[in-house]
Design a protein around this ligand. Structure first.
Ligand code: PLP
Length: 381
């Protein structure tokens, strides 16, 4: 492109513009092989050995993810949980980590249970208030700080640059679950983070038909090598067909996420006026406590996720979710179809999620249809 650096949007649309050289195909082939030929002298000069280590089908989504997040390297995993847990298992027993109180419940439960049994010391803090993080850091023992912003399902916002500064001052790394922000709105590595994690099952794929995860690193250091080795040894690799679908999904990442985010803002404003809604949780709202920081670190939108608290408590919230016709009552997020979920039914004991909360994952349908459907369902309870 005549020396011009392509924008992230252009890189995504063309999946970096890769063309298969022998045929000229503008879509890269899927490689189902699990094993690769040795050279006659027994070496593997082509660099591939066995599919648990890697597969040519990973190359394009990993290169694209590294480009979108402006990292040195990326790895795709069999799920978001596989990607996230690799970051903790690459530490050593006795290491200390500080994680957000408000984050994807499955990872919080794993950290509070398995990770502690395995030997990590884990503290949870409210990451909206970084003096709480500062107080918990143990210089020389804290190895990893884990944040999710905006954080599930209350959409707490954490100041990435400040969290990175505090983590680094204590000799720790900062990892950011950026599943909800997506590289369309936030690039944590450019703000000082060391690792970005995505449940690629969500916006990156975008069609609710692939389970995948991704990590992107600022630097290919010794810690990153341990993560890479873990993926091989645990076999937490994505399949070649899923890698293909993930790449295809990422080609439309920008228009999907921008549409969802614009609709989420409209829905948030409409829900603020609904008599059955006690509170709308969305960092895009000017009165939201995290709005100012979100506006600084989310360029161009606040994402497609919001929550509403329904007047009348748990029963009313469940009843409203039962009455929608267009929204799908299902877990997960980030697909082209809009989802509604009573989160309290999912998150276990100790969850900070109130029982009157409905989580909304906004898809790419017409916003007015989504507002009409949800408003009618709420009016009936
Ligand atoms: N992080 C966030 C923010 C999520 O919403 C999820 C899944 O719901 C995960 C991580 C885990 O990802 P996966 O379900 O792909 O393992």
């Amino acid at each position: 492109m005549g020396g011009r650096e392509w924008s992230a949007e252009t890189k995504a649309a063309q999946a970096l513009g890769w063309v298969e050289e022998t045929s000229g195909a503008v879509v890269m082939p899927v490689h189902p092989a699990t094993t690769y030929l040795r050279d006659p002298d027994n070496l593997y000069r082509r660099g591939r050995e066995y599919a648990r280590a890697d597969n040519p089908s990973f190359d394009q989504p990993e290169a694209l993810l590294a480009a979108l997040e402006q990292g040195e390297d990326a790895l795709v995993f069999s799920s978001g949980m596989a990607a996230a847990t690799a970051c903790f298992l690459a530490l050593r027993p006795g290491d200390h980590v500080v994680a957000a109180e408000v984050m994807y419940w499955g990872l919080r439960a794993w950290l509070g249970g398995y990770a502690r049994e395995w030997g990590l010391e884990v503290d949870f803090v409210d990451m909206r208030d970084l003096s709480a993080l500062k107080a918990r850091l143990r210089p020389g023992q804290t190895r990893l700080v884990w944040i999710e912003t905006p954080g599930n399902p209350l959409w707490h916002v954490t100041d990435i640059a400040e969290a990175a500064r505090l983590a680094h001052d204590a000799g720790a790394r900062l990892a950011v679950d950026s599943t909800v922000a997506t590289p369309v709105f936030t690039r944590p590595l450019t703000l000082g983070a060391d690792i970005v994690m995505h449940s690629a099952t969500k916006y990156l794929n975008g069609h609710s038909d692939v389970l995948a995860g991704a990590l992107i690193a600022k630097a290919k250091d010794e810690y990153w090598q341990r993560i890479e080795t873990l993926r091989v040894k645990l076999g937490s690799v994505i399949g070649p067909f899923e890698a293909f679908l993930l790449t295809r999904g990422m080609r439309t990442l920008f228009p999907r996420v921008r549409t969802a985010s614009a609709s989420a803002m409209k829905i948030a404003h409409a829900m603020q006026k609904h008599p059955k809604v006690a509170e709308v949780l969305y960092p895009g709202l000017a009165e939201s406590p995290g709005h100012e920081i979100a506006a600084q670190q989310m360029a161009g939108g606040f994402g497609g996720m919001l929550s509403i608290r329904v007047r009348g408590g748990e029963q009313a919230a469940v009843a409203a979710a039962a009455r929608v016709k267009l929204w799908k009552r299902a877990t997960s997020l980030g697909g082209v179809e809009s989802l509604i979920e009573h989160r309290g039914s999912i998150e276990g004991a100790g969850s900070p999620c109130p029982q009157d909360l409905l989580r909304l994952s906004v898809g790419i349908e017409a916003a007015d249809d989504l507002i009409a459907d949800l408003s009618a369902a709420l009016a009936e309870v």
